[in-house]
Design a protein around this ligand. Structure first.
Ligand code: F6P
Length: 538
């Protein structure tokens, strides 16, 4: 860490210790909502309901500046190998730069190849949708995407998010190696009219390859040429060919696209088949619009920058280590799961880029569920539990059915009520007033205490007109850039994922043991669990 960064962190901690105990509701004046929000042409990020003041924002902006954020951002967009532990560029932004400038990697413009692949995906997607590509029993009715992690969460989230725009075949997703996942999905499909997409950057992931072989066996029971109804999305031509998938149905990408950032390219094929080529292009354009905003907007008007800085303020400065993502937009119900990978696989690191142990919190624990459902489940803890959990609300001005707009209005009222309740809380006096007609004396005090809400709990709200493909592209790119900014400020590599490797290695070593080999070399707990499961029929 440079002396400038050390000083910027220290200044923030000092500022925080001076303001930690105040109630941020008292900061509101006529200008606060405007000053403590950032917007693009068509959405707004409100962070007025936090304990940030002008000095706090300035100190956070200074931290970003001395962390060389601008230089790192430019290095990413220009194809420098900023993923230093894997020696790779980070260029998912090129996948949505369809109408933009050349992007050079090692002196080569990657855009012609990106456009060629997009055109091939579009041709195939149109053929699936209009019936010129057929299954052996006729027009494709179902698409099964087999993939896991970044090869599942992005497209599965987006297909659900854009359900009102579907016109194509029904898209299903299989990710878990638990046989129940594939059994239940294939049980809904006719093998003669199903397209199976095997989505795997490496084409080695054991869960995906196992499910792909199961799907092939299922299809071969009903059609003479099962491989003819398979497509592959991968960086490995050899491995897709070895699996038997013809090159014309292999959609490739380069290793400068990280798995959890890959839905903008071939990994998004199921999304394109579901919503059509125009819809997918709108999604890409939304992402590209956010890229331009991230590169051009100054300081506190930069939405991804401010979302990241509010995150740093809450996690690394205030010490609130989890973050709830609460979409009041039911079609975004898989957004929290998607963000768990995006944020936690990217910024869940304990070592800085230069190999030193991190001395500050790594990225936050991210979790959530759509509102209003979460209100009837875990909001109790958010409002009255002993930990402070910063909440991130997402809400649209309109839904997708005009005739049910009154229900949408109820949804919005609930969203706004939650952030207001978190901020204001309810003090003991007000709580007493709520029960004074039922209790008196010591019992009144006791009952009132349970009805107190501490309040002063921070939240941010991302509001937008309507969840369209373009808007979803903006939102996903916004979160990607937020992760980037947080990673730069923490000084970590957001683009590797070494932390998933140990468990994979041990699972490979355990497979012969669960199949019957001697478990005595294992630790006592593992050997005992193997023994118990064997006795129960493993
Ligand atoms: O194990 C983690 C991971 O490597 C993720 O980063 C990735 O998104 C996922 O597995 C799937 O990888 P692949 O697309 O290569 O099958």
């Amino acid at each position: 860490m440079t002396p400038e960064m050390t000083a910027a962190w220290a200044a923030l901690h000092e500022h925080h210790s001076g303001v930690a105990d105040r109630r941020f509701e008292t900061l509101f004046d006529v200008a606060r909502a405007d000053t403590f929000s950032a917007s693009t042409e068509d959405f707004v990020l409100d962070y007025a309901k936090t304990n940030l003041d002008a000095e706090g924002v300035d100190l956070l902006l200074e931290l970003a500046k001395v962390s060389n954020l601008t230089e790192r951002r430019d290095a990413m967009f220009s194809g420098q190998p900023i993923n230093e532990t894997e020696g790779r560029a980070v260029l998912h932004t090129a996948l949505r730069n369809i109408d933009g400038d050349p992007v050079l990697v090692d002196g080569q413009d990657v855009m012609p190849e990106v456009r060629t692949t997009l055109a091939a995906m579009e041709k195939f997607s149109n053929a699936v949708r209009d019936g010129s590509f057929q299954g052996q029993g006729g027009k494709i009715t179902d698409v099964v995407n087999i993939g896991i992690g970044g090869s599942d969460l992005g497209p599965a989230m987006a297909v659900l998010a854009l359900a009102p725009y579907h016109e194509g075949p029904t898209c299903h997703f299989v990710s878990n190696v638990d046989p129940e996942d594939i059994r239940q999905v294939l049980g809904k499909c006719d093998p003669a009219t199903t397209l199976v997409i095997v989505a795997s950057k490496t084409f080695t992931t054991i869960e995906t390859m196992t499910n792909a072989r199961t799907a092939k066996a299922w299809m071969s029971e009903s059609v003479s040429d099962p491989a003819a109804q398979f497509a592959a999305l991968s960086t490995s031509d050899e491995k897709t060919a070895a699996f038997g998938i013809a090159a014309e149905r292999v959609f490739g990408f380069e290793d400068w696209v990280g798995g959890r950032y890959s839905m903008w390219g071939p990994i998004g094929l199921s999304v394109m088949i579901a919503i059509g080529v125009q819809g997918f292009r709108a999604f890409l354009n939304g992402g590209a619009q956010m890229d331009r905003h991230f590169q051009a907007a100054e300081g506190a008007q930069n939405v991804p920058l401010m979302l990241a800085l509010v995150g740093i303020w809450h996690n690394q400065i205030c010490g609130y280590t989890t973050r709830a993502v609460l979409p009041y937009d039911n079609n975004l119900s898989r957004l929290p799961a998607y963000l768990q990978q995006l944020e936690m696989e990217s910024n869940g690191k304990g070592v800085s880029m230069d190999g030193e142990d991190l001395t500050i919190n790594s990225g936050p624990v991210v979790w959530g569920e759509p509102g209003t459902n979460g209100q009837h489940a875990f909001y109790q803890l958010i409002h009255q539990g002993t930990r402070v959990i910063p909440c991130e609300f997402l809400v649209a001005a309109t839904g997708h059915s005009e005739e049910l707009h009154h229900q949408h209005q109820l949804l919005v009222a609930n969203c706004l009520a939650q952030s207001e309740a978190l901020m204001k809380g309810r003090d003991l006096e007000e709580a007493r007033g709520k029960v004074a007609d039922k209790f008196e004396g010591a019992e009144l005090e006791r009952q009132a205490k349970h009805r107190v809400f501490p309040g002063n709990r921070p939240s941010v709200t991302l509001a937008y007109p309507k969840l369209t493909p373009f808007k979803l592209g903006q939102i996903i790119a916004l979160y990607e850039h937020r992760v980037f900014v947080e990673g730069v400020i923490l000084g970590i590599n957001s683009y590797d994922q070494w932390g998933v490797e140990l468990g994979k290695e041990l699972a490979t070593a355990l497979q012969p043991i669960v199949e019957g080999a001697d478990a005595s070399g294992k630790d006592g707990s593992t050997a005992a669990l193997v023994g118990y499961l064997r006795r129960q029929g493993l």
